[in-house]
Design a protein around this ligand. Structure first.
Ligand code: MG
Ligand code: MG
Length: 256
């Protein structure tokens, strides 16, 4: 069942969303050559504590991982797709790209967003990968309107990405969000004919998150049970926003 939210609930999700935006906006400028991904973690954790928010990722567990995720951020560098772990040993260098994904719970409601940041100068192909992934998210957000269907979102991401010669990660998907970080529906970044295609209605809130590979679509999870990487070792990009479906159109809760 897809839980729809009333305006009072959306306002609470807005507060969570704006905190997530503020954190990511701050981290963007800290993801520089010589910084470690753990530096980002420390800054994010402090901002959450200062705001009285609970980190959504720290302590999160899934049946396949079997362990609690130990950090407030996922930092996924280069060939890492999602769920990478911040580390004092991971020093960012020129030409890297780092996906920073985070979520908070504030007053009972979740916000979830991600972006991929270039470190210094990156190659033209990598720049294009980031641009196309971000564009696919923006185009998909515009489909988050009452009367459209879920596949309008999925298909929009898929078409934009594949038309530029990049590929869609299929093992990880977006999701509904609210009082739980992961609610129904699942939101693949491609049209999965085996799954449901519900009509979008006012009050639905969707975390749309294209994960796009420069090379082949295949992924595997590293022995740490969390970090997903591309099978072919080529780079992957990830952008995400939490978006409410409203009568006035899409309301992106995770940016001003
Ligand atoms: Mg998410
Ligand atoms: Mg996320």
């Amino acid at each position: 069942m897809i839980v729809r939210k009333n305006m009072a609930e959306l306002e609470k999700m807005r507060a969570a969303g704006l905190l997530v935006w503020k954190i990511l906006d701050t981290l963007k400028s800290k993801a520089v050559e010589g910084a470690t991904t753990f530096d980002l973690e420390v800054a994010a954790e402090k901002m959450m504590a200062d705001a009285g928010a609970r980190p959504a990722f720290k302590g999160y567990t899934t049946p396949s991982a079997g362990t609690k995720f130990p950090f407030v951020l996922c930092t996924s560098v280069n060939e890492e797709i999602v769920h990478g772990m911040p580390s004092q040993k991971r020093v960012l260098k020129k030409g890297d790209i780092v996906s920073i994904d985070t979520g908070v719970q504030l007053n009972g409601y979740y916000g979830d967003s991600a972006l991929t940041v270039p470190v210094g100068e990156i190659t033209e192909e990598t720049r294009k990968l980031l641009e196309v992934t971000r564009e696919s998210l923006e185009l998909a957000i515009d489909k988050a309107r009452p009367g459209n269907r879920l596949f309008d979102i999925c298909g929009t991401v898929e078409r934009h990405v594949t038309s530029h010669g990049f590929t869609i990660v299929r093992e990880f998907v977006g999701h509904g969000i609210g009082t739980q970080m992961h609610e129904e529906p699942q939101i693949p970044n491609y049209v999965d004919r085996r799954s449901e295609n519900p009509r979008l209605k006012e009050g639905m809130v969707l975390a749309i998150e294209p994960m796009v590979n420069a090379g082949k679509p295949g992924s595997r999870v590293k022995p740490d049970k969390w970090t997903a990487v591309t099978e072919d070792g080529r780079y992957s990009a990830h952008f995400e926003h939490t978006v409410a479906v409203t009568a006035n159109g899409p309301w992106v809760l995770t940016r001003p």
